[in-house]
Design a protein around this ligand. Sequence first.
Ligand code: PMT
Length: 376
Amino acid sequence: MGSLTNKRVVVGVTGSIAAYKSADLVRRLREAGAAVRVVMTRGACSFITPLTLQALSEHPVHTELLDAGTESGMGHIDLARWSDVVLVAPASANFMARLSVGMADDLLSTLCLATSAPLVLGPARGEQACGETGPGRMLEPAALVLALAGVFETGSLSDRRVMVTAGPTREDIDPVRFVSNRSSGRMGYAVARAAAEAGAEVRLVTGPVDLDPPERVSSKSVYSAEQMYQAVMADVDDTDIFIAAAAVADYRGVAQHERKLKKSNGGITLTLERTPDILAAVASQAHPPFTIGFAAETENLLHNARIKLESKALDIVAANLVGGPELGFESEENALELVWRGGGLTLARASKDQLARKLITVIAERYHEKNTTQGP
Ligand code: PMT
């Protein structure tokens, strides 16, 4: 069964007696791990109060198209970008008719036109409140939650074995100090989750991070670059796709001191050496998996990404700008430039989960294309 953990769901509620069921729907979505924002049409507010849904979603309910309270005054754009999926339930006949002809005369219809997230309507057949029987009921909340989780199950990597590295590594200098970087592991964990949603059997090799292990993913925790190298190489023969999202420390101390180095009045000189290049080791196997490297750059993003693609003989490089507070390391959002031999694609700024799903779609397409032209 699919999962709604960390999924961002916009619930649209339209004018129907079944609007009372939206309260249960929002509650169940939250229980399933989703973040929920509610948009109500004017008609919906005649059947259930925004306050009820605000209490259950723990966020203000949106009702107005032009919302002076949002940063840009365009609440529908913020919500359209925020959502992983838009679910309209109940979806009145009037709303579906307006949607089908592309009308955008209230917040919900405008949001539905603006979003690139999947749009799900929740109607069913059965007995109606008026006593008639036929199409026009709202699907029960439990069934909607189940169906919604299925939206993310693409199956594009069914039966494939995917290995993902994530997070930083730490290279000890002495018992209390280490060399490391600011990676939070968010990007790599999102990639592992998205690969699992695509039906892959996923192994995650993770450096020290403060994140819960993703569902349906087998995780192995490591500390240093050497440990990550050993963990990856132990299983790489059995891997179809390798995705290196970890920020492996490039250097470690030549000597690891057993006792804490004492402070002195002068400076201190540390001699560092390179850590094993895990990505290069994987890509240079006799029969390498389909291999994706990340590139963290502060300038010349595309140029440096192409150099990495060729020098390490990779199938795809996912390059991101780092160094600023809003993208790359530690942030909630990111943006990626994907490059491969003969092509490339820009994945615009979005949450790391949204980006990871798009990245996995591209990886699956290119992986299958390579296997079709070259055979398994
Ligand atoms: O973890 P977050 O806070 O979410 O941040 C995400 C991220 C910025 C860490 C991620 O998007 C990212 O860019 N990961 C790669 C960071 C990095 O180390 O880039 P690099 O350009 O230095 O390395 C290039 C590639 O070689 C990477 O795939 C890296 O995993 C790999 N590498 C590097 C060194 C090494 N010794 N072994 C490696 O395998």
